[in-house]
Write a protein that binds this ligand. Structure first.
Ligand SMILES: Nc1ncnc2c1ncn2[C@@H]1O[C@H](COP(=O)(O)OP(=O)(O)OP(=O)(O)O)[C@@H](O)[C@H]1O
Ligand SMILES: Cc1cn([C@H]2C[C@H](O)[C@@H](COP(=O)(O)O)O2)c(=O)[nH]c1=O
Length: 204
């Protein structure tokens, strides 16, 4: 039987480079002979991708923060059960572009739902399942938003909301230094990839 894979999430605000770096990280791991699956949230399974369309299209006030939290938790439950756990059980590593901490920072912190409520929904939907390591990419939110050509429904919520998201992410990282690594997202893409690989060094 193969050894269980590792589950790595990439987190951070809008435009910090998560999607770019998730692909680069997969390439770096595969170059080391590690079979790796790239996935994302919201999405990553058929049901979760259908919920993604509901969440990211429409006007900024289409959903309340509470309704958003429920939809993200439902999408995550499907994604964990149908995509993430089977890949880990097969021995593959999973790189996930956003996971639970996005819900805590966006809906829980900036949206005002609260961290405890988000964790409770995650307990119900996904048995409280957590990444082995979370890489938090940090960049000034104004710089990140300026990189986005076509912001989605949540990306359009305004700078104050996104500053609150960035603050919430940092609090999470400071409070759980065993799971989180904070990685500077400024500089060239190569520089950021090198920092991310270094932040996984002890697992390689
Ligand atoms: N190190 C970098 N320096 C400058 N631009 C970058 C860097 N990394 C990525 N970008 C560019 O910034 C934009 C956003 O990158 P990307 O989509 O990877 O960010 P993201 O964090 O996944 O965004 P989102 O929050 O919307 O998911 C893209 O145009 C990308 O090419
Ligand atoms: C998982 C998750 C995501 N969000 C927000 C963050 C972004 O604005 C979008 C996802 O877009 P991306 O370009 O694919 O990163 O959704 C959120 O508010 N809560 C979450 O749990």
């Amino acid at each position: 039987m193969s050894q269980r894979g590792r589950f790595i999430s990439l987190e951070g605000g809008e435009g910090v480079g998560k999607s770019t770096q998730a692909k680069r990280l997969v390439a770096a791991l595969q170059a080391r002979g590690i079979e790796t699956l790239l996935t994302r949230e919201p999405g990553g399974s058929a049901g979760a991708e259908a919920i993604r369309a509901l969440l990211l299209q429409g006007g900024a006030d289409r959903w309340s923060a509470g309704a958003e939290a429920l939809l993200f938790a439902a999408a995550r439950a499907d994604h964990v059960a149908r995509t993430i756990l089977p890949a880990l059980d097969d021995g593959r590593w999973v790189i996930c572009d956003r996971f639970l901490d996005s819900s805590i920072a966006y809906q829980g912190g900036a949206g005002g739902v609260g961290e405890a409520a988000i964790r409770m929904l995650h307990d119900v939907g996904s048995n409280g399942f957590l990444p082995d390591r979370t890489l938090l990419l940090t960049l000034d939110p104004a710089e990140g938003l300026a990189r986005e050509d076509t912001p989605d429904r949540i990306g359009e919520k305004g700078l104050a909301y996104h500053r609150a998201v960035a603050d919430s992410f940092l609090v999470l990282a400071v409070n759980d230094t065993s799971r989180f690594r904070v990685v500077d997202a400024s500089g060239s893409q190569d520089m950021v990839t090198d920092r991310l690989v270094a932040a996984l060094d002890d697992m390689l």
